[in-house]
Write a protein that binds this ligand. Structure first.
Ligand code: NAP
Ligand code: MG
Length: 480
């Protein structure tokens, strides 16, 4: 891989000022690579390269069927390089190798799915007045900007870029400074399968520099952002100044709602996994455990037992949890833990560190808090670490009120055998995805995904994502 370079107009190039950043492995805190630190000038070149691919390049002439073939080939190529990519993702993010493998499988699948979909997004005709024929075309926005986070970098690469490319946009990606490596490697694979120059451009760097320049660039026709609500606001303001649209996915405080008739044996492993998967650094982590008061102590004990068994290790130890992404994130999560303890909130279970943990890594112990007050930050704010907060509720009305009480609305899990209650809950809880007797933290490439309220707007995944990455054009033909 071209170390310390951006991909601009089909070539790997250093930053204009040759600036670079160190890449650290979260498992031991040691530097293992360098990436380029792009700034406004590098972003400008990338946006112009993308525009040129649309105006003059081979990408403009690439028919939907051929775009689909290229995407499918990239999906296959990603899977052909499965072990190398999974190792790189695990090293770069610290996530357990099994999670990195699941992520690479998903990254490949995004390109397969949208490869198959590229020539299946149709326009429409509308019956209008006598003497008219009206066609609706779906056209790409043009140059799309993509800012993705560090928690699932390989998956986000597929989730954000594949539908945009399927619709014929030319893309400029700014991956997170803490996790760029698989984005760079998959972009190299994209070149190998024949994506024309300028169709995919990648500028690495820091959010406040490369990210801000990309969001504000007047040559960008649409933005896709996943990350914190704070930066989402900045990106949306930048989009507004240029009068372009954006999709924002800004995380959540997703509840797992357990009624007293739930199949608790089936729910247990799912509930624990929903918060410890990827060290809790998942936008759709099931981070609020809501248990009906009649079974609260009983179910909490069972969950605590499972929580106490959790083991933390390096990416290669491949245990339940890896380290967090960075020292900054570790400090942030430990701040939540310290404040909760000092407020007297009870810790009812904790995982433990695996044997022979490398020193210098960013490890945090998975922690289950109980009796969390409803207005406490642990019940309301996104921790983005392996921290589960248990609360009790009285009845269905109280469950709905509590579920809807945060600023977020991304995913919800409901555990009950009562069919009518399943329907009522699904309709009453405000979220982009509701799971009944199951949970898929971000799962399912075919399933539209996104939030309401502070979790953002717009939809990724499934066919919905394709409609985000195009605009309709109405053509009115008058004939005699
Ligand atoms: P973040 O700052 O929102 O980062 C997300 C992306 O935005 C990264 O690519 C980042 O680049 C970029 N960025 C940062 N500042 C920017 C700016 N001014 N303009 C344009 N782009 C910018 O998130 P974070 O600081 O990494 O994490 C903080 C918290 O956000 C987490 O604790 C978690 O609660 C939440 N989060 C949510 C998700 C999610 O999936 N919804 C993902 C990550 C984080 P750099 O990283 O290179 O600076
Ligand atoms: Mg940053």
């Amino acid at each position: 891989m071209k170390e310390g370079k951006h991909l601009i107009n089909g070539s790997w190039v250093a930053s204009q000022d040759n600036d670079t950043l160190d890449v650290v492995s979260p498992s031991d805190g040691l530097v293992f690579a360098k990436i380029a630190r792009g700034k406004a000038g590098d972003v400008d070149l990338a946006v112009k390269a993308a525009q040129n691919a649309l105006d003059n390049g081979a990408w403009r002439k690439c028919a939907a069927v051929d775009r689909g073939r290229l995407l499918s080939k990239l999906g296959t190529k990603i899977l052909d390089n499965f072990d190398e990519l999974a190792d790189l993702e695990a090293l770069d993010t610290g996530k357990p190798l099994k999670q990195a493998k699941a992520d690479i499988t998903a990254a490949g699948r995004y390109f397969e799915y949208y490869g198959g979909a590229a020539d299946k997004v149709h326009g429409d005709t509308i019956p209008f007045m006598d003497g008219y024929m009206v066609s609706i075309l779906r056209e790409p926005h043009g140059v799309t900007g993509h800012i993705i986070p560090w928690n699932y970098p390989a998956q986000m690469y597929g989730r954000s870029l594949a539908p945009a490319l399927a619709m014929g946009n030319a893309v400029v990606l700014k991956p997170a400074e803490d996790a760029c490596m698989t984005s760079l490697r998959m972009s190299e694979l994209a070149q190998e399968v024949g994506f024309p120059e300028g169709a995919i451009n990648v500028v690495t760097g820091v959010g406040e520099e490369a990210g801000a320049s990309l969001s504000a660039h007047p040559g960008i026709n649409f933005l896709s952002f996943t990350g914190s609500p704070e930066v989402g606001t900045i990106v949306q303001c930048a989009a507004a100044k240029n009068h372009v649209g954006c999709v924002l996915e800004l995380g959540g405080k997703s509840p797992q709602i357990i009624f007293d008739d739930a199949d608790i044996a089936a729910a247990l492993p799912v509930i624990v996994n929903a918060i410890v998967q990827n060290g809790g650094q998942t936008c759709s982590a099931g981070s609020r455990l809501m248990i009906q008061s009649t079974v609260y102590e009983n179910y909490l004990d069972q969950i605590a037992e499972k929580f106490n068994e959790l083991k933390v290790g390096s990416h290669s130890m491949d245990l339940d949890c890896g380290p967090l992404i960075s020292a900054v994130q570790k400090n942030r999560v430990e701040g939540f833990l310290d404040r909760a303890r000092s407020e007297g909130i009870a810790v009812v279970a904790q995982g433990s560190m695996g044997p022979g943990l490398p020193s210098g890594g960013f490890y945090v112990t998975p922690t289950l808090f109980a009796g969390v007050p409803r207005d406490n930050e642990l019940a309301c704010d996104e921790v983005f670490g392996p921290v589960l907060s248990a609360l009790s509720f009285d009845d269905e009305q109280d469950a709905i009120k509590l579920a809807n009480s945060t600023d977020y609305g991304l995913v919800t899990g409901v555990w009950t055998k009562d069919g009518a209650r399943q329907m009522r809950m699904a309709k009453s809880v405000r979220a982009g995805q509701i799971y009944i007797n199951g949970y898929g933290a971000g799962g399912g490439i075919e399933l539209p995904f996104g939030g309401v309220k502070k979790s953002g707007h717009g939809r990724e995944k499934g066919f919905e994502a394709l409609y985000e990455f195009c605009a309709t054009k109405t053509i009115v033909f008058k004939h005699d």
